[in-house]
Design a binder for this molecule. Structure first.
Ligand code: NAP
Ligand code: MG
Length: 483
């Protein structure tokens, strides 16, 4: 879709889909084989760009989950926990290399199923997912060096539940450390974005990984709940909403199950008057419009020092004019499709609330296609700390803008939220960065950049953003018993 601003019209540059190989119907990947669900039910997955049907996906019920957990237990007891650690590492490397070989296909499938711009899927999601496998493959035979003077042992069967915003990347964040630490896995992708996890199942089968070490069961919330409640699951790893995170915490209370929960966020992006402004504008855009704002750590609350607020807002609006919103498969697209109709309705509900609260709205001038789920990049100024749109997670391309005068004021405002996943600080002063990184209650604080990820650095939240860390050695320890 072209921008209304003629200066920013590009000829379409569509990525081809000829090279992708999708089945019409996917069953469950259990014990190294494709099993029909005992539920006998399949559901449709659609392309959020044009609402067209892509494939049918199996809906696993509690019996299917039980079969998957039993297969993971058998593989753990008989094969995976007995295998020398360097052999385990070789399988994980092999999965990483096979993913890399098929990265183009994985990127296109991710873009089709999730609505994600192909550029992001190709340059960020898929390479990072491969890198997680490479990184953790290296740790498999070095666990005692990672945790010196401690006895390390795996936990057993890990039940893993992931959301729709980074489908393959979240699967990699979960599976790679679990395998490196010597656990076996039952993973459930989100219902709207199962396809890349199922492609990963094909890769895992091709890698020769012993049967049952990784099982992928697709379905809805009831499938996730069946994993969480299964008595033979030793560890629950969940990424998703704070609401479901609370249900999971209640469900496992009083059991011996270990858990890590990565939940929602309402992260602050803070711009001081000595910041390199053009870079900061890119950081704001990347922080909230990247992946349609479907980012748990999105910089969804902008704090600008009062004396530069007008300039920043003017520059930001100008930059928003050049954002290309449209077909995710087009290489020019900056902002793709919202993942589902339900999510679009949630975002639109919040935009309405913002207008009713009296905030001033500005939206990118772009044509929204009639089909598909799209939301123009949106900013709200003239908001209060108590505004609903400032307090609640929107999970879409919607930014609120507030101003501040002093460092203490912005720290207080930035921390005034139930969440604490991430923050960004833009300033020329190193001392100010260090001051803020110690005082902002957020798991990740980026300085003069935003939304940068690396497998070696831990990621996770404070307060209602969850607990436990993924990535790095911290992510490894979440899958180990250390004594
Ligand atoms: P969600 O509704 O919590 O779903 C996450 C996963 O849990 C999905 O696979 C979902 O299945 C499943 N699920 C739903 N109900 C369940 C239950 N009762 N028991 C077990 N599993 C259940 O979240 P979402 O709407 O997919 O994702 C958006 C949210 O995730 C946002 O709030 C965002 O901030 C958060 N998020 C956080 C992070 C992080 O790292 N902290 C990363 C990404 C997203 P179905 O969807 O298939 O029904
Ligand atoms: Mg889909």
């Amino acid at each position: 879709m072209a921008s209304k601003n003629k200066n920013w019209e590009y000829a379409p540059s569509l990525e081809t889909t000829d090279h992708i190989n999708l089945k019409k119907k996917y069953d469950l990947f259990i014990n190294g084989k494709w099993l029909k669900p005992t539920s006998k039910k399949h559901f449709n997955t659609i392309n959020p760009n044009d609402e067209k049907h892509i494939a049918e996906i199996a809906h696993a019920n509690h019996k299917d989950v039980d079969i998957a957990v039993k297969s993971a237990r058998k593989a753990y007891d008989n094969v995976w926990s007995k295998m020398p650690a360097n052999e385990r590492g070789k399988y994980i490397y092999r999965i990483a290399r096979l993913m890399q070989e098929r990265s183009k296909e994985l990127a296109v499938v991710e873009s089709l199923d999730a609505g994600k711009p192909i550029r992001e899927a190709r340059d960020i999601d898929i390479p990072l997912a491969c890198n997680h496998f490479f990184y953790y493959a290296g740790w498999a035979d070095k666990l005692e060096y990672a945790f010196p003077n401690r006895k390390v042992s795996p936990l057993g069967v890990a039940g893993q539940i992931i959301p729709w915003n980074f489908p393959l990347l979240m699967a990699a964040w979960k599976i790679a450390p679990a395998l490196a630490a010597g656990n076996t896995v039952v993973l459930k992708p989100a219902e709207t974005t199962s396809l890349t996890a199922l492609k990963l199942a094909e890769i895992i089968a091709d890698s020769g990984l012993p049967d049952g070490v990784v099982n992928i069961v697709t379905g809805f919330g009831d499938t996730g709940a069946a994993i969480v409640n299964h008595p033979d699951v030793n560890k629950v790893a969940f990424t998703g909403s704070t609401g479901v995170g609370k249900i999971i915490q209640k469900a496992i209370a009083g059991t011996a199950k270990k858990a890590t929960l990565e939940l929602g966020g309402k992260s602050a992006n803070i711009i001081f008057d000595d910041a390199p402004l053009d870079q900061a504008i890119e950081g704001i855009v990347n922080g909230i419009f990247f992946n349609q704002g479907h980012v748990c750590c999105a910089g969804s609350r902008l704090f600008v020092q009062e004396n530069i607020a007008d300039r920043v807002v003017r520059k930001l609006k100008h930059r928003m004019k050049s954002l290309v919103v449209g077909n995710p498969l087009d290489k020019n697209t900056d902002v793709g499709a919202i993942n589902s109709k339900e999510q679009l309705n949630i975002i639109n509900k919040y935009i309405k609330i913002g207008i009713e609260e009296g905030a001033e709205i500005y939206q990118s001038e772009c044509n929204i296609p009639k089909k598909g789920f799209f939301c123009p990049p949106t900013i709200f100024s003239n908001v209060a700390q108590s505004s609903v749109i400032v307090q609640e997670e929107i999970f879409g391309p919607v930014l609120t803008i507030q101003t501040f005068r002093t460092v203490d004021e912005v720290i207080q405002k930035a921390n005034n939220t139930p969440y604490g996943l991430a923050a960004g600080v833009w300033t020329d002063k190193g001392s100010r960065i260090f001051n803020l990184t110690t005082k902002l209650k957020a798991g990740v604080v980026w300085a003069n950049t935003y939304n940068k990820f690396d497998p070696s650095s831990p990621f996770g939240g404070y307060k209602e953003s969850g607990f436990g860390r993924e990535g790095g050695m911290h992510g490894l320890s979440a899958y180990l018993k250390l004594s």
